[in-house]
Design a protein around this ligand. Structure first.
Ligand code: ARG
Length: 477
């Protein structure tokens, strides 16, 4: 084993148990491509600033490229004794290019280096996630468009409330996921800030050119305070908050699909390819995918909680506690990406049982509000109308009938204002289509919302930042 890069001050070898305990290589090896890309830019900057020679920079960059290829090809040896990905790469550079490798770390610390790597990783993943989210939105809008004539009961308190279009219900998720995208886009501006140059915490004595490094690495801005640069993990907290909110949206959708696929509801049939059977009960078809999405939501919220708790009492600047940020970040990124993928694939294959939904919307006094509105239209105050319709519901319950199944005489016994035209007002389609205010469930209104969403999606595509297409290796060796 080669000597540790910080060994100079130490007279005793690190205990094996401590090596194993402090090592993060099994986790942060995932950052290798960003670490190398960052080191190459740092080298170029050092040469431009005449801190190292152009010749040395050329040698260092050549060695780094070789390491990149070795890791990508799975030919690289990882070892707990070398702590983390930064040490691994620098150590291997020494083996490849000799003593000149020791010049790479000039004007830099692992503290600003790791901040750089995580920011590069996260901007890449965030723009990738935004991109995938757009595809999911396209799927949702398509589904809404194909189901503009399906009506189901809308619920409050899990009780049937008023009939709504399935398309309107689906477009509610469009709105939620659109906001998730907005939050991620906003967060991206705070992720894409270049910390290199902060060094350990105070900045560096060398005549470095931070803007040049930032330009090479396509960062939009420079961190303005070196202490903050190495101790700030807000951008990860923000990402995990945004990921948690997005997962909560997925979890609510999952919960609905789980309920809707029960025999009791019977509103949807999940595709066989996205469900599993029971090892003992032959009749079972279990909604495992939505259940797991719901379950993984807890894990992502846990990642956020872990990071917030880890950071809350840390004095400035860098503390080793912060090494724990990566495991939770990577876990949350993987989960969120997988959930977007699985939902994009599953949603178009779900079968909606339109008759069952429609029948459910016709039973359970979902027309009570409309009957009250009818009376208001005939000059009654809303509160009085509400009371009278309540009495009518109670009467109908006793007769085991729906409101629209009562005779005109029976209805008129509650108010002489009621006329025959009430029956057309209580048809489900009418109830839906009369809710034509902006944002309501009327077919014409939802059609407009779908068209607006389609237009928005077309425009959005072009606004993604360029670096999501950059050659930033994704594979974990
Ligand atoms: N592996 C470390 C981390 O992820 C890198 C920074 C180490 N810095 C230090 N001063 N020990 O946080």
């Amino acid at each position: 084993m080669s000597e540790k890069l910080w060994q100079g001050r130490f007279s005793e070898k690190t205990a094996d148990i401590v090596e194993a305990f402090t090592s993060s290589i099994q986790i942060d090896r995932r950052l290798y491509a960003y670490d190398i890309q960052g080191s190459m830019a740092h080298c170029k900057m050092l040469a431009k600033a005449a801190v190292i020679s152009e010749a040395d920079a050329g040698v260092l960059i050549g060695g780094l490229e070789k390491i990149r290829q070795e890791i990508a090809a799975g030919r690289f040896r990882f070892d707990d004794a070398l702590e983390d990905i930064h040490m691994h790469i620098e150590n291997r550079l020494g083996e490849i290019v000799g003593p000149v490798a020791e010049k790479l770390h000039t004007a830099r610390s692992r503290n600003d280096q790791v901040a750089l790597d995580v920011r590069m990783y996260l901007r890449h993943e965030t723009s990738h996630i935004i991109d995938r989210f757009h595809r999911l939105l396209t799927v949702i809008v398509g589904l809404a468009k194909n189901n503009l004539d399906v009506i189901l009961p809308g619920y409050t308190h899990m009780q049937r409330a008023q009939p709504v279009l399935l398309a309107h219900h689906l477009m509610a998720y469009y709105e939620m996921f659109s906001r998730d995208i907005q939050r991620l886009e906003s967060c991206l501006t705070r992720i894409n800030v270049m910390p290199l140059g902060a060094a350990a915490l105070a900045g560096t004595t060398y005549p470095i050119d931070r803007a040049y490094t930032a330009g090479l690495l396509r960062f939009d801005a420079l961190t303005a305070n070196s202490i903050d640069a190495v101790s700030d993990r807000d951008f990860i907290m923000e990402f995990l908050s945004n990921a948690s909110i997005a997962m909560v949206h997925f979890s609510r959708l999952s919960e609905e699909l789980i309920l809707w696929s029960t025999t009791e509801f019977g509103f949807v049939q999940l595709p066989d390819a996205f469900a599993t059977g029971s090892s003992i009960m032959p009749q079972k078809k279990n909604p495992d995918v939505p259940e797991l999405v719901r379950g993984k939501t807890g894990t992502v919220i846990g990642c956020l909680t872990a990071l917030l708790t880890m950071m809350k009492s840390l004095p400035l600047a860098y503390n080793r506690d912060m090494q724990e940020d990566k495991a939770v970040l990577f876990n949350a990124v993987d989960i969120l990406k997988a959930c977007i993928e699985v939902y994009s694939a599953m949603l178009p294959q779900i079968r909606f049982n339109r008759e069952v939904m429609q029948q459910a919307a016709a039973a359970g006094y979902l027309d009570a509000t409309d009957m009250a509105d009818y009376l208001v239209g005939r000059g009654m105050s809303f509160r009085l109308a509400h009371r009278l319709v309540g009495e009518a519901v109670s009467f109908a319950l006793g007769k085991q009938k729906e409101l629209h199944e009562l005779t005109l005489d029976e209805l008129q016994s509650f108010s002489p204002l009621i006329r025959r035209d009430i029956f057309s007002k209580l048809s489900i389609q009418q109830m839906v289509d009369r809710r034509a205010c902006y944002g309501g469930t009327a077919t014409a209104t939802v059609k407009k919302a779908v068209a607006a969403a389609e237009k928005q999606l077309k425009q959005k595509k072009t606004h993604l930042p360029g670096f999501h297409l950059e050659r930033e290796s994704q594979e974990v060796p």
